[in-house]
Write a protein that binds this ligand. Structure first.
Ligand code: JDQ
Length: 252
């Protein structure tokens, strides 16, 4: 997978050089390129923002540098992918975006080329997204109902959530099966986890986990997932259709 990121703070994306994502880049599983938007400014002060038309607080990111940057990103990606007609799926973090979910992460992990436009200030001139949408898919994405100062943190989260699903990135592909929001758990929250020592600071891990009885362990984890989901995310339980909840589930 190729990923391009454009930002006025490219160093914000340095964490993507670390750990498993960093390893995926060095092994070639992930071809990630970070670009400084100011590269595409033409004035002495390398200006990327201007006052909002219609007034209002803050500044808006000017369309010209973004249009030039995205055009070059498209061109460079086509050369590298050796597909002259290829276009990236452009993802634009925004408080007004479509909620980013694990399901979307799985969809994006199946794509060959993603590009991220990291806004700052009050956002990017809307016409940039309109022009981009004439070239290929554009999706404004929100991480959640809270406000960040820019798109970089959201890109770190989305890139990690997507890249970890790529075959070969995680040592044990099994680990994405039983986690929260995974299809295999029916979208339930995952059960509590424990490791050695069995008793720590006078606190013992649940006996069933030491029983070696796999069916009982699985049943305990399912019950814990249901209890935790009911307590913390009742909205997820409502989504589960009757088929996914067994009689034992309903008894919890
Ligand atoms: N889930 C989520 C995403 C963002 C986000 C993403 C990109 C940008 C670019 C500028 N800002 C600041 C901003 C604050 C308020 C209104 C508009 C823009 C951003 C915020 N916040 N929360």
């Amino acid at each position: 997978m190729r990923i391009d990121v454009v930002s006025i703070f490219p160093e914000y994306l340095s964490p993507l050089e670390l750990s498993l994502i960093g390893k995926a880049r060095t092994t070639g599983l992930l071809d990630l390129h970070v670009h400084d938007l100011r590269t595409w400014t033409t004035d002495r002060h390398r200006t990327v923002d201007d006052a909002p038309l219609g007034g209002g607080a803050g500044m808006v990111m000017r369309p010209e540098p973004w249009a030039a940057a995205l055009a070059d990103v498209r061109e460079a990606g086509r050369r590298t992918l050796e597909e002259p007609d290829a276009v990236p799926h452009l993802l634009v973090p925004s408080p007004a975006g479509v909620p980013f979910t694990q399901a979307m992460a799985h969809e994006l992990a199946d794509e060959a080329w993603l590009a991220f436009a990291c806004g700052r200030y009050e956002g990017i001139d809307e016409r940039v997204l309109d022009v981009a949408a004439e070239q290929g898919p554009v999706t404004p994405v929100s991480l959640g109902d809270y406000v960040l100062n820019g798109g970089e943190v959201a890109v770190l989260a989305v890139v990690e959530a997507v890249a970890r699903l790529l075959p070969g990135v995680l040592g044990n592909p099994e680990s994405v099966v039983e986690e929260s929001h995974a299809p295999a758990t029916g979208g339930l929250l995952e059960a509590p986890v424990y490791t050695r020592p069995a008793t720590w600071e006078g606190r013992s891990a649940p006996d069933v986990l030491l029983s070696g009885h796999h069916a009982k362990v699985a049943a305990w984890r399912r019950e814990q997932s249901l209890r935790r989901t009911a307590a913390r995310r009742p909205d997820l339980l409502e989504r589960l259709d009757a088929a996914q909840l067994t009689r034992a589930d309903r008894a919890v």
